[in-house]
Design a protein around this ligand. Structure first.
Ligand code: TRP
Length: 335
């Protein structure tokens, strides 16, 4: 691999299938960036377990599914290294050292964690492993000395906290780590769910998975929130807050036509079914090549897991090198 290339570290929790929100938020960037960066993509099963301690089988099953999602969207295992978090114990080790550089008060203020604790209804019963996400995530990023982290906008406070940890470590011990930069999509794209009420998320049941078959996609688009007052095709409809138009804005390559459709919808005479059919076509053009690639890889799960294993072994070598630097800097390199 090219030593001049900047290093990317990124990843997802295997707690469900990846969906269009993941695609817009970061998968698209990863596919685009993988050729001129040295990219590591991590399946964050340790992080998934921190909120699913009692369902290890769910996390385990989703590891293969997320791996298939990655291959389906076009993350190329011959240029990107895909690896499994739990098989890199150096990450857990580095997390322990980083925890000394972070206060409980600072963790309590982290907006991403705060929001997730609220969403999951944890309150004060939040598992400590979940609460310290930002610290283990800093270890994920720094274990390969990453420079760049392509993530959804909601993850930015975690990158910020990672930079604080890196600065503390480098100041106190030795300049071991680069300060990573978060990369979010140009629109800051936070894809709303089908209901238009909240961000797209598997647990809220408002998501289109990358692996959804065509009939599922059709059903979901047909159920999308539009303009509840637009009951007659002939009457004027509202475009703002109408999920079908929000999605067309993001996914339809022909923005001039989308603008014309919006004008027509506002005037009246354009029905919801017509715009939904267009959206189904647009989304299927994106998802059907993914479905096909997925089906090819899914025929041989053993080979897919082997790819993950090879990526993990490569990452582990880098991780071991990083820990030599860390131990030396921290004066715990006894023998
Ligand atoms: N927190 C990310 C998520 O919610 C997953 C993740 C874990 C991650 N470690 C990471 C993302 C490091 C980027 C960098 O899906």
């Amino acid at each position: 691999m090219d030593a001049m290339k900047k290093i990317i570290l990124t990843g997802d929790r295997p707690s469900g299938p990846l969906h269009l929100g993941h695609y817009v938020g970061s998968l698209k960037n990863r596919v685009a960036m993988q050729h001129d960066h040295q990219q590591y993509v991590m399946i964050a099963d340790v992080q998934a377990l921190s909120a699913n301690a009692e369902s290890p089988e769910k996390v385990r099953d989703n590891v293969l599914q997320v791996m298939l999602d990655y291959l389906a969207v076009g993350i190329d295992p011959t240029v990107s290294t895909i690896f499994l978090q739990s098989m890199i114990p150096e990450i857990a080790e580095l997390t322990i050292y980083f925890l000394n550089l972070v206060t409980v008060a600072r963790l309590q203020r982290n907006p991403t964690v705060k929001e997730e604790i609220r969403q999951k209804g944890f309150g004060a019963s939040v598992p400590a492993g979940f609460f310290m996400h930002p610290v283990s995530q800093a270890a994920d990023i720094t274990i390969v000395k990453a420079d760049v982290v392509p993530v959804g906008e909601d993850q930015m406070p975690l990158i910020e906290q990672c930079c604080e940890i890196v600065r503390s470590f480098n100041r106190i011990y030795a300049p071991v780590f680069p300060e990573p930069r978060g990369v979010v999509p140009p629109q800051g794209a936070r894809l709303m769910g089908l209901d238009g009420k909240a961000k797209m998320s598997k647990s809220l049941g408002n998501a289109i998975s990358l692996s959804d078959p065509l009939d599922e996609l059709q059903k979901k688009v047909m159920s999308m929130y539009t303009d509840p007052n637009h009951v007659h095709v002939a009457s004027p409809g509202q475009v703002e807050g109408n999920m079908v138009f929000s999605y067309l804005d993001i996914f339809d390559p022909n923005s001039a036509e989308v603008e014309e459709l919006k004008a027509h919808y506002r005037r009246g005479g354009l029905g919801d079914v017509a715009i939904k059919k267009r959206l189904i076509g647009v989304l299927d053009a994106l998802l059907s090549p993914m479905r096909e690639r997925r089906a090819v890889f899914a025929k041989d799960p053993g080979a897919v897991i082997e790819l993950l294993k090879q990526g993990t072994l490569r990452t582990r070598e880098i991780a071991a090198q990083t820990m030599i630097d860390v131990r030396k800097a921290m004066q715990i390199d006894y023998w």
